[in-house]
Design a protein around this ligand. Structure first.
Ligand SMILES: [Zn+2]
Ligand SMILES: [Zn+2]
Length: 57
């Protein structure tokens, strides 16, 4: 089932599109990312977000 998650540190999850509501989160106020995982781990979305800082060559 589609849900929306924050890829910051708050671990926020919502059933509808929106923005991060945690003021202590680095992504506060930023749009939530769509996730369609079934196990609640959000691995697909999280791995994409972390991939940006991965720069091995
Ligand atoms: Zn957040
Ligand atoms: Zn998920």
């Amino acid at each position: 089932m589609t849900h929306y998650i924050c890829t910051g540190t708050c671990g926020g999850v919502a059933e509808k599109p929106g923005t991060c509501q945690s003021q202590e989160c680095p992504k506060h106020g930023e749009p939530l990312d769509v996730c369609e995982c079934a196990d609640g781990k959000h691995e697909g979305v999280m791995s994409v977000a972390e991939g940006e800082s991965e720069d091995e060559e």
